[in-house]
Design a protein around this ligand. Structure first.
Ligand SMILES: NC(=O)c1ccc[n+]([C@@H]2O[C@H](COP(=O)([O-])OP(=O)(O)OC[C@H]3O[C@@H](n4cnc5c(N)ncnc54)[C@H](OP(=O)(O)O)[C@@H]3O)[C@@H](O)[C@H]2O)c1
Length: 225
């Protein structure tokens, strides 16, 4: 099969389109014929091996352990391992796996869901990593409650745009922080208030929030507090 492969860490020139062996699904794997693959920030981290912590936590100290890039995937189930009960051949799925920049990829059952019919493969492949990151931030870490005031910093970004929409779906009042060109976009996805960080300081103390999701990460916690 064709795949985007890298042997060493580095910039985009380390990525090569090559012929490699297709993955063989084990008993607990779902083999997917990839139709679309998402590009999230993690792809850059794993391509470059930066920050160095990425290497230490198990992705390969000197070179990437997984040579095929891409983790967000949408496609059709090609085959299932014998322990798989939730999916069958032909199902349209989306989720995360190792090596989605390829014609075929293997995923664990718990990392996949059936693709909603109203999403294209391309739309579905953009969801798994960025949206789940936003969901984990709001629901798991932030324990969001209906009626809370939520501030999303980086509201037009990959994670932030999902955080705005999910926070609204949880019944929160949402304020999004973004640059001037993106204020209309952030309003259009449901933010109740928008702060343009190039003109206004969201941390000037004039407003308080129950929950802050900071995807830009350039303010110390003490300032946010
Ligand atoms: N994407 C993922 O799935 C994922 C998963 C885990 C962790 N992360 C981490 O989450 C962070 C954000 O990822 P992302 O994919 O959402 O990146 P992104 O799409 O580049 O979004 C980051 C946002 O930060 C905003 N920003 C830049 N400078 C700012 C400032 N001074 N004040 C307020 N906002 C500012 C930008 O807003 P403007 O465009 O309006 O300037 C941009 O939209 C990264 O550190 C990434 O490593 C991402």
């Amino acid at each position: 099969m064709k795949a985007i492969v890298q042997d060493v860490y580095g910039s985009v020139e380390v990525l090569e389109l090559r012929e490699v062996d297709a993955p063989v699904p084990g008993d607990d794997d779902v083999l997917i014929r990839v139709r679309a693959a998402g590009v999230d920030q993690g792809v850059w981290h794993l391509m470059t091996g930066l920050p160095y912590l990425t290497r230490v936590v198990g992705y390969g100290l000197r070179k990437p352990k997984t040579r095929i890039r891409g983790r967000a995937v949408a496609g059709r189930v090609e085959a299932v391992g014998r322990n798989i009960v939730g999916f069958r051949t032909g199902d349209e799925v989306y989720g995360t796996c190792e090596g989605s920049f390829a014609e075929y990829a293997c995923a664990k059952e718990g990392r996949l869901a059936l693709k909603p019919k109203n999403l294209s493969f391309e739309q579905a492949a953009a969801v798994p990593i960025s949206a789940v990151t936003a969901l984990q931030a709001l629901r798991n870490a932030g324990r969001i409650q209906a009626g809370q005031e939520v501030l999303v910093i980086g509201a037009a970004g990959g994670v932030g745009a999902y955080a705005v929409q999910l926070a609204k779906a949880f019944g929160a009042q949402v304020t999004g922080v973004c640059s001037t060109a993106k204020t209309d976009l952030v309003r259009s996805i449901g933010a109740d208030h928008v702060i343009d960080y190039t003109h206004d300081d969201f941390a000037d103390g004039s407003r308080q929030f129950d929950l802050i999701v900071d995807t830009a990460g350039n303010r110390p916690l003490t300032v946010l507090r």
